[in-house]
Design a protein around this ligand. Structure first.
Ligand code: ADP
Ligand code: ADP
Length: 225
């Protein structure tokens, strides 16, 4: 059970102002959370702190009661494996086919052969791209490319899925489809954390609202309008 807790977290990048100021909240395993805020509000920074990509300047980030800043470097790869990351611009490899794109995280972790093949097809199936193994990403629509990026993010079976503006470049139909896929992962117990500046019907998901690095609220069951 991955519990994420921020305790008075601030982040200042070298030579810059504070991107986050005194942010505190707690997320339980299996929650779906939207991080809302304008461009520059600190959404990406918050996600990077959760995933261990950045460290707080002050305050503590706890994952399962472990202080991320105090982890030995050798422990970081184990932490990173708990998180699947999805970005607005997909970060796909355009000289590799769909199968090879999804295979990459597995190969990096030493999973190969038929075990890898099984997991890659399972991941492609979950995002509705089974049968597209040999297709090159450039031949896919924008929505399909984002689904491929989600397959790559989940192929290592992370307990937390983190998405930074996953629907930012997509029209509304594709965006709804992508949100449906995230919701399906939530329903099988994966925590889902989505940063966005778009307004979505957040259903019963929680909303963390950032404004200039400060958390405004942490309400539940909010319909954003
Ligand atoms: P958002 O994702 O909400 O757009 P970010 O977390 O990307 O916000 O950025 C928050 C603030 O931190 C912005 O003012 C941004 O310019 C600054 N910032 C983000 N990354 C860096 C960095 N690597 N170096 C310096 N400043 C940064
Ligand atoms: P920057 O703009 O600072 O170079 P990126 O937005 O490219 O950062 O990536 C942020 C972090 O996410 C990087 O530390 C990178 O290692 C990691 N990252 C990028 N792409 C992926 C991916 N597809 N899967 C997992 N981690 C990724």
């Amino acid at each position: 059970m991955e519990m994420i807790r921020f305790d008075q977290v601030s982040k200042r990048y070298p030579g810059s102002h504070e991107a986050l100021k005194g942010v505190s909240f707690e997320l339980q395993q299996g929650e779906m959370v939207f991080v809302l805020g304008h461009s520059g509000a600190g959404k990406s920074t918050l996600l990077k702190l959760i995933a261990g990509i950045e460290r707080p300047t002050s305050g503590t980030v706890l994952i399962n009661n472990q202080n991320v800043s105090k982890l030995r470097p050798a422990a970081l790869p184990y932490l990173r494996r708990k998180f699947g990351l999805v970005f607005q611009d997909h970060k796909l490899l355009y000289d590799r086919n769909c199968f090879e794109n999804v295979a990459l995280p597995l190969y990096i972790n030493g999973v190969t052969g038929s075990e890898a093949g099984k997991r890659i097809r399972a991941a492609l199936d979950k995002v509705g791209l089974l049968g597209k193994e040999k297709a090159m990403p450039i031949t896919l629509s924008g929505g399909e490319q984002q689904r491929l990026a989600i397959a790559r993010a989940v192929v290592s079976r992370p307990s937390v899925l983190i998405a930074d503006e996953p629907t930012g470049n997509l029209d509304e139909n594709y965006a709804t489809e992508i949100m449906g896929i995230f919701d399906a992962f939530r329903q099988v117990g994966v925590s889902v954390i989505i940063a966005t500046h778009n307004l979505h019907d957040t259903g019963d998901a929680r909303v963390l609202r950032l404004n200039q690095g400060q958390l405004l609220n942490a309400e539940e069951g909010t319909l954003i309008s």
